[in-house]
Design a binder for this molecule. Structure first.
Ligand SMILES: O[C@H]1[C@H](O)[C@@H](O)[C@H](O)[C@@H](O)[C@H]1O
Length: 543
């Protein structure tokens, strides 16, 4: 495992021997790259998206489970113990998200994904059997390890497999898994709250999806890009043949040559040296570092603009405003999030990631400003971390509810999903490491926001809290405007080259537009990945 795999029979010399510059072959390759996903790709993407579902379900079921646990763990839970049980999963996820990327670069995407399944299953079994608080915390922690790994590997795996024109959509399938998992967790939770040991059923159910994913992946391949990076060219060729429509022997070899030619592998005698070199490369190669700024920046924005405070505490907020049925409200919030993720699915490759973000963030900002104003006029009172209102729902209460839902819709159609496209920013040799940094930023933000939200409400008032989120969103708009290029419809090998020499926003918009209108067989019109203008910069940067 630790040394680079020996090259399969199909050697790079065979591959290099091709007439790569032929315009006809170029056009055919573009057609192959952008054709509809094959049945195998669809199966692989759907199975990988189970990880998204586990992410959503496992982070979502706990709030209702805590209500139904009662004294089942030997005592009534204190507020602190409840917080521990909740946070253990996010903390576990944060820890493994740091190591999962380099692990995926070294051992492969598929084995690491299967490892996460084992963690999900073991974590759930520990919880189901738990009779004490600490056993429950341990189970949540192990489950969190699985969530961290899955949240990183699934979108990365999908990015590497997806045809360029469908990549945005297929990665969003995993996000649909997350939001659907959250919705189902809330719905099942609402149904089981009053059932004896209902929470054990809720946790027990979570064993089924990873068991399916684990069993299916035993028979399915890793991504061609990973196989090529390990010089397993024969295997890669077989997978390309099954994952691309119209993949003739010549086109497969050209594809392999293309991926090889721009992806230098990491130097180093063993796994540790190569991992360390990857970590160094991500900071020292300017284009990698730009990718890192964008990927971590977007994940930070996704979390620090406060969405998860609604996800986890909407029931508390709406109770405070005077609404009785807080469970229904949580379902409305997660339902809106899920439905708008479906909208994002349909538009991401057509409208483009950048436009979606520049539409999503202002909607969120305006909604939060209105909520901040609304909270000023609603008479809230704090009692031991819970906010209470005298009397029924005021008009401002309804305004807050409506704009919170608008906020969620705005979130889900852009920043809720686009950051998970992170893997497309990085070149092959540091893709896992880059995704690790970004995913760890996501989990850190989620932990910070869920741990501080109630305290913020108490100390800087709900108006102050929402005004702060609005201000952070304003800064985020500026960030996106200046650093986030459009990557829709570009081949992975193009996206990674785009960041050479700058953030290249204008160039990216032009290239994305060109790719969008390039029909499947552009009859000789394709430039060789438009890399030439960037090559010069690359030479200067690496000098
Ligand atoms: O993309 C997801 C999704 O938006 C979830 O609803 C949210 O809870 C996660 O934190 C986020 O990463």
């Amino acid at each position: 495992m630790s040394e680079p795999a020996k090259q399969d029979e199909l050697s790079s010399t065979d591959v290099d021997g091709l007439d790569y510059s032929s315009k006809d072959s170029q056009s055919e390759m573009i057609a192959m790259d952008s054709a509809k996903p094959t049945p195998l790709v669809v199966v692989l993407v759907c199975l990988a998206s189970i990880s998204g579902f586990m992410f959503g379900y496992d982070t979502g079921y706990i709030s209702s489970a805590l209500v139904s646990i009662g004294a089942d763990l030997g005592k009534t839970l204190t507020y602190g113990e409840e917080e521990f049980i909740t946070a253990a999963t996010s903390l576990g996820a944060l820890i493994t998200s740091v190591v999962a990327g380099p692990m995926a670069d070294v051992f492969g995407r598929k084995p690491v994904l299967m490892f996460s399944n084992t963690l999900f299953i073991v974590g759930a079994i520990i919880q189901c059997a738990a009779e004490t608080v600490w056993t429950m915390i341990a189970g949540r922690f192990v489950m969190g390890f699985g969530v961290g790994v899955g949240s990183l590997i699934a979108p990365l795996f999908i990015s590497e497999l997806a045809p360029s024109r469908f990549r945005g959509r297929l990665v969003i399938l995993n996000c649909m898994g997350i939001t659907c998992g959250q919705l189902i967790a809330y719905a099942i939770g609402a149904g089981l709250t009053h059932v004896d040991n209902g929470w054990r059923i809720q946790v027990g159910l979570s064993i089924i999806p990873p068991a399916i994913q684990l069993a299916a992946f035993l028979f399915l391949p890793d991504t061609p890009r990973y196989l090529i990076s390990k010089n397993k060219l024969e295997k890669a060729a077989k997978v390309i043949a099954r994952t691309h429509h119209g993949a003739t022997a010549t086109l497969i070899q050209m594809k392999i040559a293309e991926i090889q030619s721009i992806n230098s592998s990491l130097e180093g005698k063993n796994v540790w040296q190569r991992t360390w070199n990857g970590i160094k490369k991500i900071h020292t190669v300017p284009s990698n570092f730009r990718a890192l700024i964008i990927a971590c920046g977007l994940q930070g924005i996704q979390q620090f603009t406060g969405f998860n405070s609604l996800m986890y505490f909407s029931a508390t907020i709406f109770k405070a405003i005077g609404f009785d049925n807080s469970t229904a409200v949580s379902i409305i919030v997660s339902g809106t999030n899920f439905l708008m993720t479906i909208v994002a699915f349909f538009i991401i490759d057509r409208v483009g990631r950048r436009k979606m973000l520049l539409f999503s963030l202002p909607i969120m900002m305006i909604s939060m400003i209105i909520c901040a104003i609304g909270f000023h006029y609603v008479d809230l009172k704090f009692e031991h971390h819970s906010v209470k209102i005298e009397g029924g729902v005021s008009n401002w209460g309804y305004v807050i509810m409506v704009f919170m839902i608008v906020y969620v819709a705005g979130y889900a159609v852009g920043i809720g999903n686009v950051p998970w496209q992170q893997s497309e920013l990085f070149p092959q040799n540091v893709r896992g490491t880059g995704a690790s940094y970004a995913t760890a930023t996501n989990w850190s933000g989620s932990l910070v926001i869920s741990a501080t939200f109630l305290t913020m409400l108490e100390n800087i008032t709900p108006t102050g809290t929402f005004a702060l989120f609005a201000a952070l969103t304003a800064v985020s708009i500026v960030f996106v405007y200046f650093v986030y290029p459009e990557l829709s419809n570009l081949a992975l090998e193009e996206t990674q080259n785009l960041l050479k020499g700058g953030f290249n926003i204008k160039e990216s918009l032009a290239l994305a537009e060109k790719r969008k209108h390039q029909k499947l067989s552009p009859a000789g019109s394709m430039d060789k990945l438009d890399l030439e203008h960037i090559d010069e910069v690359q030479r200067v940067e690496s000098a």
